[in-house]
Write a protein that binds this ligand. Structure first.
Ligand code: ASP
Length: 321
């Protein structure tokens, strides 16, 4: 009786010290929460808005929605929302998607006249049995849910389109202007991930063209066990490799976010060795520990980071070429 009691005491002491060792190991791998990251320089304004939610211990989902609304509503940003450059017929058509920690998803594609497609995407996620609405159907749904119909084509964007019409050549080039789609990922204090992605797509595209940005798995993917990724650049090439899903799955296999982004970009190079020299694609990823990665085909892909350690700064990603 005595011996077994002693054994019990011994083994519980052993268990207790094992427990504290485990805690020690867990502490060694420091987790950065909250954190928000987003594509391009305009990510700074978007991150600042997202941070308000995250700093108040709010949900990553609310943070990313509020965050990307900033460039969507800015008429000076010609690649997102209001003021976005039109398609070749002069129509501003927008794409957006959103994904939360429970793998809930919502998206709209080729929607016109609505300043905040990201919020329509969230409504699709929360109010319908569907995940993607397009074109007139998406507009109809938005209007029925209280969104206002507006003219998104600013004088400046109209002028740029008329200038383009003189030659009318559609050739997606590597980024010369330093702005594009906004993809945003946040990890909140509850250690939950969410992401949002919104864009006016490639300027002067064919009417009806949809890129990677509203396609879950291409322009955005979130897996709350592993991490999340988003993309920017020529959407056709991102769709071809299911880019953001690929990055997340590569992280699941043990790659760091940086390695995962690099492997995805290399996949594009392998598929399209010639074309990849002339176009831009960039990936941004975050894992559950708040570690991030970024990589692009060409130089010039920037992203913004906001955490307690990094108070909203812009970084330039490494690139393949
Ligand atoms: N990825 C977007 C698209 O293909 C555009 C971009 O990020 O430049 O529509």
């Amino acid at each position: 009786m005595k011996t077994s009691r002693r054994k019990f005491i011994l083994s519980s002491t052993l268990l207790a010290s094992l427990g504290s060792m485990q805690k020690l190991f867990a502490q060694e791998k420091k987790t950065t929460v909250p954190i928000v990251i987003s594509t391009w320089n305009f990510g700074v304004g978007a991150n600042a808005e997202a941070w308000k939610v995250l700093a108040g211990k709010g949900r990553a989902l609310d943070a990313v929605e509020n965050g990307v609304q900033v460039p969507e509503g800015d008429p000076k940003e010609t690649s997102v929302g209001l003021g976005g450059l039109p398609d070749r017929d002069g129509r501003v058509t927008l794409d957006a998607c959103i994904m939360d920690e429970h793998a809930n998803i919502g998206a709209v594609a080729c929607i016109e006249h609505i300043v905040h497609p990201i919020s329509v995407a969230r409504k699709v996620m929360e109010k319908t049995p569907h995940v993607l609405l397009v074109g007139d159907g998406a507009l109809q749904f938005a209007l029925a849910n209280g969104f206002k119909k507006e003219n998104l084509l600013t004088k400046e964007s109209e002028q740029a389109w008329k200038e383009w019409l003189k030659k009318g050549v559609y050739k997606p080039i590597a980024n010369i202007e330093n702005h594009d789609t906004i993809g945003m990922i946040a990890l909140d204090t509850h250690q939950n991930l969410s992401g949002a992605c919104t864009t006016s797509g490639m300027a002067y595209k064919m009417h009806g063209r949809v890129g990677d940005s509203p396609i879950i798995g291409a322009g955005l993917f979130v897996d709350n066990e592993v991490g999340a990724a988003t993309s920017t650049g020529v959407g056709e090439e991102v769709i071809r490799i299911c880019g953001s899903h690929l990055v997340v799955e590569l992280m699941r296999q043990g790659n760091t976010p940086q390695q995962a982004c690099e492997l995805a970009v290399k996949r594009i190079v392998k598929n399209q060795p010639q074309k990849s020299k002339e176009i831009q694609v960039g990936f941004l990823a975050l894992n559950k520990n708040g570690e991030l990665g970024a990589y692009a085909l060409q130089k010039g892909f920037t992203y913004a980071v906001y955490s307690n350690e990094v108070p909203n700064k812009i970084f330039e990603s490494k690139s393949y070429y």
